[in-house]
Design a binder for this molecule. Sequence first.
Ligand SMILES: CCCCCCCCCCCCCCCCCCCCCCCC(=O)SCCNC(=O)CCNC(=O)[C@H](O)C(C)(C)COP(=O)(O)OP(=O)(O)OC[C@H]1O[C@@H](n2cnc3c(N)ncnc32)[C@H](O)[C@@H]1OP(=O)(O)O
Ligand SMILES: Cc1cc2nc3c(=O)[nH]c(=O)nc-3n(C[C@H](O)[C@H](O)[C@H](O)COP(=O)(O)OP(=O)(O)OC[C@H]3O[C@@H](n4cnc5c(N)ncnc54)[C@H](O)[C@@H]3O)c2cc1C
Length: 618
Amino acid sequence: MGITDMQEAFYYRECAAAHENSPLGLHYAMFLPTINKQATPEQKKKWLPLAENYKMIGTYAQTELGHGTFIRGLETTATYDPKTKEFILDSPTLTSKKYWPGCLGKTSNHCVVMAQLYTQGKSHGPHMFMVQIRSMEDHSVLPGIEVGVIGNKFGYGTNDNGFLSFDKLRIPRENMLMRYSQVGRIPRENMLMRYSQVSRIPRENMLMRYSQVHEDGTYVKPQNAKLAYGSMVLIRSSIVSDAARGLAQACVISIRYSAVRRQTEAYPGGEEPQILDYQTQQYRLFPLLASAYSLQLAGKYVFNTYLEVNDQIEKGNLESMPELHALSAGLKAFSTYEASAGIEVCRICCGGHGYSQASGLPKIYVDVVPGCTYEGENTVMMLQTARYLMKCYSRAKQGQKLPGFVQYIGQNLNKKSCMSEEVALGCLVMAYEHRAARLVEAAAMRMQSLIQGGKKQHEAWNGSSVQLFWAAKAHCHLFCVKNFVDAIQAKSLSSKTVTVMKSVCQLYGVHGILENLGEFMQDGFFSGEQVGYLQRKMLALFENIRPNAVALVDAFDYPDMVLGSCLGRYDGQVYQALYDYAKSAPMNQTEIHSTYYKHLKPLINPETTSDAMQFAKL
Ligand SMILES: CCCCCCCCCCCCCCCCCCCCCCCC(=O)SCCNC(=O)CCNC(=O)[C@H](O)C(C)(C)COP(=O)(O)OP(=O)(O)OC[C@H]1O[C@@H](n2cnc3c(N)ncnc32)[C@H](O)[C@@H]1OP(=O)(O)O
Ligand SMILES: Cc1cc2nc3c(=O)[nH]c(=O)nc-3n(C[C@H](O)[C@H](O)[C@H](O)COP(=O)(O)OP(=O)(O)OC[C@H]3O[C@@H](n4cnc5c(N)ncnc54)[C@H](O)[C@@H]3O)c2cc1C
């Protein structure tokens, strides 16, 4: 293929088999990046050529039957044996069996395994280990390993998500992924002196600034334990664009179809209008179109932020790690919630044909919706963002300066909206900042009052977690609105394209307020009159966007082969395509289906059943 950028390669493969989650998906999305980001130079030198050339095919085995969210609760153990300089991997309980990892059941011959590290009788928490699970000669399962597929799922039929357990499997010490942030940069001469006294690890291993288990079992911890979570942050930062892609494709299909489909005479004797001319169809589809554009912009922002922060981390500067975690966790949750719900609305807007696989919509849905669960269950991710927002709130109250995208926190909440009939973009951003700041403060106040009332920290946290969730969701929503507005304002408004996009951006902001009105009106920030401005503006924007609706989805430029949809075809020949799809159905290859003779004929013509049964036995 010759494509070196991994995201580009991912999307290129997506074009070849759109929304068919690849049986090598985890090899690309997590196994290779984990080696890239968590292995030492020596380990990369050994494993990357094999993995990049498909000799090693791997997955990311972290989740277990009993734990997916709570990584520190994982039960798989890796115990260091200094006598043999090996780790002993074990699945001590039923619930410790790895369960869910993609490409695990039948495809992978290796995996990076997250296990609790034990050395010198002490636990050091979750760490990653490279484990070979199948022979690279004949793909047979290696001794001490049980592996298989978990069975049918909601979707992802092309991915052999599997289970895996270890029975005191021994792996070399060198198979612990030992890169990580230096525990302080130990001068070379000290390292030589220090390590030569403590252990005789090979010289090439000594020039490391990484976490180590020395040959005698001494553990050198990383600068931050969460660095081991890096691969998840990478994928969370990538999922936002993936969710945007799914929503955008569903919008292409449903809006193109709505421009072709005519239904119900508009008045007695009149012609049937395009269903895209129904205001209710516009009310359901146009805000989703706006959301698709907004999430695409947010996806670009968060992935670029990942690249920037990851570069800093690899230079030992972990300062922006909390911000990246909060941003990637929150936007991953926000984008997959929005996209999943939006794709389902697009399907419903296509009527019966939307329920056919011929529409392409069910396949997009079952490919996007697990994103609400994998790589961090969405509610848990939102609460991680909320945790960061609470810290920001207390820093703001102490007068500390906050980083860019949280500077709104702690602002004066006594002001009122500047909203007028024009519905300026700036007034929209101010409204979202006010709503998020108010919800962050309300959650913080709730926590404080529970603690003052005698609750312990964890009780106050759980007792405030609904409000914490609301605050995190409002924060992510603000981010998407402001990021969209900034993109519009960064362009000159003279060109027609940007003028059209300004309407789309306005609709995104207006619709979001009207769909969450209680949160915007609870403290009187908006007057009833101003809500009227917003309602009228939304209806006006539908009319404004209608003439460009098809062009706006064409602009996503997804080819028919990627959409895989009879409804979203560029040429609009929907009905012929549906009929051809039906005719090609395997069951239509014979006039009478073989099951007639065995199951129906005995009912319809019992007298002639005998010869029928003969036939059925053929
Ligand atoms: C440059 C190279 C570029 C290469 C590009 C490659 C791209 C590849 C192609 C991609 C293309 C697009 C892909 C899109 C499609 C993807 C398809 C993927 C297919 C399916 C994959 C699914 C795989 C999985 O599901 S893997 C398993 C995922 N599991 C999870 O996510 C588990 C979730 N749980 C957790 O993360 C933790 O348990 C958590 C955070 C909930 C709690 O952790 P813990 O208990 O340890 O911490 P806390 O006590 O809550 O907090 C302590 C402290 O730590 C901070 N923190 C927590 N996590 C992080 C983190 N990750 N980073 C930084 N900091 C973290 C937390 O904020 C707290 O800080 P305080 O200061 O104390 O508040
Ligand atoms: C299609 C698919 C592919 C996957 N691929 C992989 C893979 O390749 N590798 C891998 O390791 N894993 C994989 N997973 C597993 C996935 O990462 C986990 O399912 C996910 O992390 C959620 O964990 P869980 O299933 O244990 O859910 P749980 O954590 O049990 O969540 C269940 C419910 O409990 C709630 N909950 C849990 N903890 C809290 C909390 N602290 N506060 C509030 N509410 C809470 C959640 O919000 C949720 O509503 C995959 C899953 C799917 C569906």
